[in-house]
Design a protein. Structure first.
Length: 271
């Protein structure tokens, strides 16, 4: 017996896990024991009837928590790419917003950039189209002007609807102007000025006989109007690019529903 007891003591001494620095690895934490005991004390008054439902809820939570942790720790490639592109868009838009305020680097040119943006507002174009339609005396001119008025109204309605759905704010805290409120161009995505400029330039290039220098100036005007909205801090770069795309799609829509001369004359007579 003494020999066997000596051997067991020697084994315990030689076992590394029995040392003081390794005892905490083999024993459960006190906090976990206290939390488990408190949970058991709280669940015990509920009775045997509520135990199955509580166990089911705990099982569901234990099954859901690892999935949520995995989604947060391991996001998808599409999510990473989208967030990266969004961050680049915001950073570049803020750098190009050189006229966002009077204290900006190009703050002295803000009034001139705003004047360029007014050329892409919907209200001046609608008013000018109505005036030209009243003064026009040819059937071909009235047909073109009526379809242009239709295109402008569609542009205002479509852009306002998309902006209400997206509700994206601009890169800077720039309040919209009076004409922006009249055309319901209060949010950033898509840029209404860019879509209108793209639609008008494409419309004029297709339905007006213009010289090559005027055609080049018309395209440059559309790009300058869209880029001016980034410079004053009202829109992001992606807002302007998407506005150009929507403007071209609106032009294609107007071409599909083009009103004939008879239809235009009937509408003019009713008006």
């Amino acid at each position: 017996m003494p020999a066997s007891q000596g051997r067991s003591r020697a084994r315990e001494r030689s076992n590394v896990l029995n040392r003081a620095e390794f005892l905490s690895l083999n024993q459960p934490l006190k906090g976990n024991q206290e939390s488990r005991s408190s949970v058991r004390k709280q669940s015990s008054p509920a009775g045997a009837a509520g135990a199955p439902s509580g166990n089911a809820k705990e099982r569901r939570q234990s099954q859901q928590l690892p999935e949520e942790d995995c989604m947060q720790l391991n996001p998808s490639f599409k999510g990473i790419a989208f967030n990266s592109l969004l961050a680049i868009d915001i950073c570049m838009s803020k750098r190009l917003g050189v006229c966002a305020s009077t204290a900006s680097s190009w703050g002295g040119a803000r009034s001139m950039i705003n004047l360029l943006g007014i050329t892409g507002h919907g209200i001046p174009w609608v008013a000018g189209t109505l005036i030209c339609l009243v003064k026009s005396s040819t059937l071909a001119g009235q047909e073109v002007l009526m379809n242009l008025l239709l295109a402008l109204l569609l542009d205002i309605i479509i852009v306002a609807g998309l902006q209400k759905l997206a509700k994206r704010k601009g890169p800077f805290d720039v309040s919209p102007g009076l004409l922006d409120y009249l055309t319901m161009d209060t949010y950033a995505f898509p840029a209404g000025h860019a879509s209108r400029a793209a639609m008008l330039s494409k419309f004029f290039l297709n339905h007006l006989v213009l010289a090559i220098p005027l055609r080049i100036l018309l395209v440059l005007w559309a790009f300058c109007v869209g880029f001016s909205r980034v410079m004053i801090g009202r829109h992001h770069i992606t807002d302007v690019l998407s506005g150009f795309v929507f403007g071209y799609l609106q032009f294609r829509l107007v071409e599909l529903i083009w009103m004939s001369s008879n239809t235009c004359q009937m509408l003019i007579s009713i008006w």
